[in-house]
Design a protein around this ligand. Structure first.
Ligand SMILES: [Cu+2]
Length: 143
């Protein structure tokens, strides 16, 4: 844990604790690490890396909504604009997400957000259709 760099975060947030975490996609459709812990309400700087040659993203969803969001993402597979929407369903249970990234587009994406104020286990998944069934992890939010 460390303080938020002023050039990254607005001054009014400077008293919030910053957690930094890096999550990478792996070639076997997994994330590493498969879990990380942040403080409730803290500022989080999540670096998502994709060294793989497939499309992957990282989507943090509300506790208990993993299957619903995954199935909705699968349904976007047949939509012409699915990739433009990063296969991220328009749903209030989607909390934060990165774009789909792959070879030649970008290798990493920095996602800045505030952790939920409610402690719990918040899943993160890749919403590229089909991947979420195995490509998943858990953000643990603690007091
Ligand atoms: Cu994926």
């Amino acid at each position: 844990m460390r303080r938020i760099p002023s050039k990254v975060w607005p001054p009014e947030y400077s008293n919030r604790v910053l957690s930094s975490v890096t999550v990478s996609a792996t070639p076997d459709l997994k994330f590493t690490p498969t879990e990380f812990t942040v403080k409730a309400g803290s500022a989080v700087q999540l670096m998502f890396r994709n060294p793989d040659n497939l499309y992957h993203n990282l989507v943090i969803v509300n506790a208990g909504s993993l299957d619903k969001i995954g199935l909705k993402a699968d349904m976007m597979a047949g939509q012409a604009d699915g990739l433009d929407k990063n296969y991220v369903p328009d749903d209030p249970d989607v909390l934060h997400f990165t774009p789909q990234i792959t070879l030649g587009i970008a290798r990493s994406y920095k996602l800045n957000f505030f952790a939920p104020s409610e402690p719990g286990e918040y899943p993160y998944i890749c919403t590229f259709p089909g991947h979420w069934r195995i490509m998943r992890g858990v953000m643990k939010v603690v007091k």
